[in-house]
Design a binder for this molecule. Structure first.
Ligand code: XMP
Length: 515
């Protein structure tokens, strides 16, 4: 089932930038979906796309076990755009020849366009050249039925078009920012060749999804675990718009939240909507469960289990419930392509095992969206900016940012330090520039001097990282004066801390959280 009338299907051959292709197309207000390269022809027909994009990938078309799509896709009468490996595969499957190039092309290259129609409509022939980004070691040598539409220094076939059919191929990557004409190329493909209209907007998404949720839910009851994070807040707002008071949200305060972490969301729902939120304060329960526990995995287990226990207990009071609404996002559901073990291995976690345990059917209205689209949706649904642009916060909360035992007193120290970090990050405009920024309380004391006296107190570590998707991350190059201000304020204002250090590790090999 799909609520989208027009869509572009991207067949994934394992490129690092496949997701970018989908995003660039969606930015043009045309819906696009990623599927594995070996999708069956029947399934592809069922999806009824307006056009197909073959992504790049790390393999060579002449590798023995090179990933190939069913060549019958070329018989569907659909426009097809091949990118890099996808271009080479298209040419090879249609009778052409690809060989290892003498000069590999990596990085920026100058493109000379020979044919200014099709995907190059609106562009100019030499002496004009256009900067594109290449990344290939193989080269198209022969392409019967096709003609070259652009060349680069080392690629006589930097772009091609079929002379009779709507097939186009580009050796460069139109989806990356370094290809300055990338958006124009994709626009020409989806609008001129595929004939799509730019009508996939958040507004149309809301209308279609609301209809779909109503149809699926009927008169049944739906539960949602509200965490204060962006994904669950937007899920709740959207489902609430669809079915009103058939939705009940449960907010479990595990006592491990940041100061103010959930308040703005809860206040919004309480004051601006009539969403039913059951707010359970389980602080005492969780602190008891965590007494004496120092092992990170044991902490995570106890917090996760505690959450499920309390959620189930509260849900049991509601009566018969059939559905659980969950904020799963698109990157979590894209099937990753694996061959030669070259593709990234991705694991993800959600409200661990709840749907199975409670025998609930899932409603995942965000499963087609990327994070930035979820934010746009949230704003469209009227959620406050403060809630929408909040940094990710882990389910186990401050429990995994306190090294060693979690106690009320240590939580208090960490919370005060953490508020200072957030305040200063926001004041300086850095809060939205980084992926996450937070304080960690270390399990050691160090010697300091305050006034004339010797102190022996706690150490706070600052962690701030830049990342695109949390799979990899690098430490943020925060300005020294900002670091200095944060450190000064923490040491001056938080009793029990006499030292602040900055974490300069990347992921991998470190992780973003310390536990
Ligand atoms: P790590 O520490 O694995 O974190 O580099 C990657 C991202 O995931 C967040 N994180 C979690 N989120 N439940 C969550 O909902 C968890 O148990 C959990 N552990 C880590 C982390 O904050 C970072 O954004």
């Amino acid at each position: 089932m799909s609520v989208h009338t027009e869509k572009i299907i991207i067949l994934d051959f394992g490129s690092q930038t496949t997701q970018l292709i989908a995003r660039r197309i969606r930015e043009q207000k045309v819906y696009s979906e990623i599927h594995p390269f070996n999708i069956s022809l029947e399934r592809l027909k069922e999806l009824n796309p307006s056009g197909i994009v073959l992504s790049g990938g790390p393999a060579s078309v002449y590798d023995e076990d090179a990933p190939v799509s069913d060549p019958a896709i070329f018989e569907l009468g659909l426009p097809i755009l091949g990118i890099c490996y996808g271009a080479q595969l298209m040419i090879q499957q249609l009778g052409g020849r690809v060989e290892k190039a003498e000069h590999r092309e990596f990085g920026k290259a100058d493109l000379s366009i020979q044919y200014t129609g099709g995907i190059f409509a609106g562009m100019e022939t030499p002496p004009a050249t256009y900067q594109v980004w290449m990344s290939h070691g193989d080269r198209i040598e022969e392409a019967p039925g096709f003609e070259a539409t652009a060349t680069s220094c080392h690629s006589p076939f930097a772009a091609l078009r079929h002379t009779k059919k709507p097939f186009v191929a580009v050796q460069f990557h139109p989806e990356v920012a370094h290809t300055l004409i990338g958006n124009d190329v994709l626009r020409n493909f989806i609008f001129d060749l595929c004939g799509c209209s730019p009508d996939w907007t958040m507004h149309s998404f809301i209308d279609a999804t609301v209809r779909e949720i109503r149809e699926k839910v009927g008169s049944e009851q739906v539960l949602c675990a509200l965490s204060g994070g962006v994904d669950s807040s937007v899920t709740a707002a959207l489902v609430h718009r669809a079915i009103g008071d058939q939705l009940t949200c449960i907010y479990v305060n595990n006592g491990l939240m940041r100061t103010g972490e959930s308040e703005s969301v809860l206040n919004f729902f309480r004051q601006k909507t009539n969403l039913r939120v059951i707010d359970v304060d389980a602080t005492t329960y969780f602190l008891n469960e965590l007494k004496g526990v120092v092992d990170p995995e044991e902490k995570r287990k106890r917090i996760g289990f505690g959450f499920i226990r309390i959620f189930e207990e509260e849900a049991g009071k509601i009566g018969e419930v059939k559905f659980l609404a969950q904020g799963t996002l698109y990157p979590d559901v894209i099937e990753s392509v694996v061959f030669h073990g070259k593709a990234p291995i991705k694991s993800h976690h959600n409200v661990g095992g709840l749907p199975e345990r409670m025998k609930l059917d899932l409603i995942e209205p965000l499963r087609e969206l990327f994070k930035d689209e979820v934010r746009e949706l949230g704003l469209e649904l009227g959620l406050p900016e403060e809630a929408i642009f909040r940094q990710p916060f882990p389910g186990p909360g401050l429990g995994i940012r306190i090294m060693g035992e979690v106690t009320g007193e240590r939580l208090n120290i960490l919370r005060q330090a953490d508020v200072i970090v957030l305040e200063e990050m926001k004041k300086s405009g850095w809060y939205r520039k980084v992926w996450q920024s937070f304080a960690v309380l270390l399990p050691i004391q160090t010697v300091g001097v305050m006034g004339d006296g010797r102190t022996y107190e706690n150490v706070i570590a600052l962690r701030s990282v830049d990342s695109r998707d949390a799979m990899t991350a690098d430490w943020s190059r925060l300005p020294y004066d900002l670091l200095g201000r944060i450190s000064n304020r923490i040491i001056n204002e938080v009793r029990g801390v006499n030292r602040v250090v900055y974490d300069i590790s990347s992921k991998p090999p470190s992780t973003i959280e310390w536990e």
